[in-house]
Design a protein around this ligand. Structure first.
Ligand code: PMP
Length: 398
């Protein structure tokens, strides 16, 4: 029955990790990962989360099904975090929100629904480059994929003029996928002025903004990192979509906690969107899981725990900034050409500017693993490996 089934290509990032694990060299370093690890190289269990978890274990509650769109308190608290507590959109009842299985399912559920709306001609524009799953998810849902200019290798920054030019040419109704902050894989973001300008264009051209926010709080804080969503909310735009993830901000990768929020023109439209989101979820996984949502809602729903979580999140963010600064400083001390752009990039990832050949040299000669694109995970740097990595990079770029 399955004789005709071919082997699907492996995930390049997971493949790299396998090669890393099989590497017998002592002192090997993996900068290819996509998770935040602490100074000791471990995935943190945030104390605020742990406290809620202990309380949940003690309460020993039964595990019934959640509603199709998830835990109500989680959705309400998510709306406040993503759109801001004073958001006029929330006051007007214009937002439909559903708990999803990570940010990934938010993308997939939205893709299915937007494909129903967009029909045969559904198109989405994705930044060049972007997180690989963006392409796969929307292609699988039946979208035609378009690309817009984003990263400028010459400056290691944003090609904003190219971005506006490409987006300005899109047909009305095209979905535009945007990274709210901490762009994966480049680390290159828009500033508030650029967001304002971009949103004007999206509005004028009748494009549908789709904001993927997987790293809220990893650059400057939960409020500042949601600038794109805040500005969209104030812009008077009729509709937009937000997929958010708590995988990184709560260090809850395996609990699969995320949400999809769809903004409609009024309360009635939001109610219809909510019903459609539920319909799509029912056909894929019926309802989301309980534990992760209870953890997030437990933290966000207590002002004391929420304040502690903000601090813990600030700790992760602070360490990332320190590693960026340390890396730039050490490379400068080694006489390498200017790597200051690493300080201007945001979040866990950085497009280091290393070529594929240099990445391979790093791996072969120094047992330091990075992606072929030159993407490194800054969070995988620590005080113990910073000197080694900087020295090796200084060698391979010679
Ligand atoms: N969007 C982006 C840009 C991401 O980097 C990720 C996680 N790598 C996700 C969405 C999905 O996150 P989750 O693990 O919550 O599904």
């Amino acid at each position: 029955y399955f004789a005709s089934v071919e082997m699907a290509p492996g995930d390049p990032i997971l493949g790299l990790t396998e090669t890393y694990l099989a590497d017998p060299r002592p002192g090997k370093i993996n900068l290819g990962v996509g998770i935040y690890v602490d100074e000791q190289g471990r995935i943190p269990l945030l104390p605020s989360v742990h406290e809620v978890e202990n309380a949940l274990a003690a309460a020993a509650k039964p595990r019934g099904y959640l509603p199709i769109d998830g835990l109500a308190a989680y959705n309400r608290l998510t709306q406040q975090l993503v759109f801001g507590e004073a958001s006029p959109l929330l006051a007007a009842g214009r937002v439909a929100t559903a708990q999803t299985i990570g940010g990934s399912a938010a993308l997939r559920v939205a893709a299915d629904l937007l494909k129903q709306v967009g029909g045969a001609g559904a198109k989405i524009a994705i930044s060049n480059p972007s997180w690989g799953n963006h392409h796969v998810v929307f292609r699988t849902a039946g979208f035609e994929l378009l690309e817009y200019r984003y990263y400028d290798p010459a400056t290691h920054g944003l090609d904003f003029a190219g971005m506006l030019e490409d987006l300005g040419r899109l047909e009305p109704g095209t979905v535009v996928l945007l990274h709210a902050c901490c762009h994966n894989p480049t680390g290159v973001d828009l500033d508030a002025t650029q967001w304002t300008q971009l949103i004007e264009l999206l509005k004028e051209r009748k494009l549908l903004p789709f904001v993927d926010m997987a790293y809220q709080g990893f650059d400057r804080g939960t409020e500042q990192d949601a600038t794109a969503v805040r500005l969209l909310g104030e812009s008077g735009i009729e509709a937009f979509v937000v997929a958010n993830s708590y995988s990184k901000s709560f260090s809850l990768y395996g609990e699969r906690v995320g949400a999809l929020s769809m903004v409609g023109v009024d309360r009635d439209e939001a109610a219809r969107l909510q019903s459609k989101v539920k319909q799509v979820i029912r056909t894929i996984y019926s309802s989301p899981s309980t534990h992760g949502a209870a953890l997030v809602a437990g933290v966000l729903g207590s002002s004391e725990l929420r304040a502690r979580w903000e601090q813990e999140l600030g700790g992760m963010r602070g360490r990332i900034h320190a590693m960026r600064a340390g890396f730039v400083e050490k490379l400068a001390a080694l006489g390498a050409p200017d790597f200051g752009f690493i300080n201007r990039q945001a979040g866990m990832f950085s497009y280091s500017g290393l070529s594929k050949a240099q990445v391979h040299l790093l791996r072969d000669e120094y047992a330091i693993y990075a992606l072929d694109s030159g993407r490194i995970c800054v969070a995988a740097l620590n005080q113990a490996n910073l000197d080694t990595v900087a020295a090796a990079v200084a060698q391979v770029i010679r």
